[in-house]
Design a protein around this ligand. Sequence first.
Ligand code: UFG
Length: 320
Amino acid sequence: MILVVGGAGYIGSHLVKELVLTEEVVVLDNGSTGHFSSIADGVSIVQGDLGNPEVLKSIFTKYPIKAVMHFAANSLIGESVENPLKYYKNNVAATLALLETMMEFNIKNFIFSSTAATYGIPTVDLITEETPTYPINPYGKSKLMIEDILEDFYDAYGLNYVVLRYFNAAGAHISGEIGERHDPETHLIPIILEHLLGEREKISIFGTDYETSDGTCIRDYIHVTDLAKAHILALEALLEGKVGKEIYNLGNGRGYSVKEVVDMCQKVTGRKAIIEYAKRRPGDPAKLVASSQRIYEDFGWRPKYRLEEIIETAWKWHSQ
Ligand code: UFG
């Protein structure tokens, strides 16, 4: 049995859809940002907070948990700057409570959702796991704090873990059954598609004076099912005792500017966007592109979906 914390969320629910094919799964989620309706059939669901030891103890007593996969976090950079307490409380303190209870129950396998935001403003073209981490906002810092805690727990308590640093998660399940649903929505691709569906008047491009080919920010968009597949490989390796403490980037290794993403959305949908050029959004690095060479070498993971297919799946989901 695998415990998926935050399994009702965007990335968690896509993982659960894959994981349930091979493992028994229990999801713990408080429903704050996720949707219980997104959880695949056949999964046990517990509604509660991961920071609540009583809830965790009851799960660990009831189910024979082999590993914990942790997706539950607040993940909006701007919000983290305005309300750091929320981020240190929900992302750091609550995760520590989870780890403490795991140690009490001798559960020693852990997969942690981390982020490209741990790198801050990198000076390299392609970010590897060796690129120095200097997060510039409380969100990135909160994730890096847990990464540091995990390393100490590995040394002191023998906790085996895999940290996965996602770049820009995007797209929807190929079935069209689940997809990205945030409230409020702040992410680029869903915002463009909502506009193209007539749900928003226009889109804003934040910043046109970055030092990039067309002046807009470059990101590495990675399909949510590709992310899910990487988790399955990491879990297998953990359960087979093949890895102890590992960190992997997850991206496509190809950057797209905001303008290129808008163009691709127009191409996929055959619709024309109304664009407003706005000033920079605070805290946005010019360029974040991953090298995912390490996880390819260790687990043979390669992303399957390119930007066009990412947008096609997202469009299928959004237009339903
Ligand atoms: N953007 C716009 N207009 C919008 C929304 C976004 O121009 O309406 C731009 C942003 O300025 C940025 C790019 O589109 O340059 C992507 O923005 P997103 O908000 O979609 O994603 P971010 O890169 O800001 O952040 C995402 C996750 C973070 C994670 C980060 C890692 O939300 O949790 O990727 O790369 F840390």
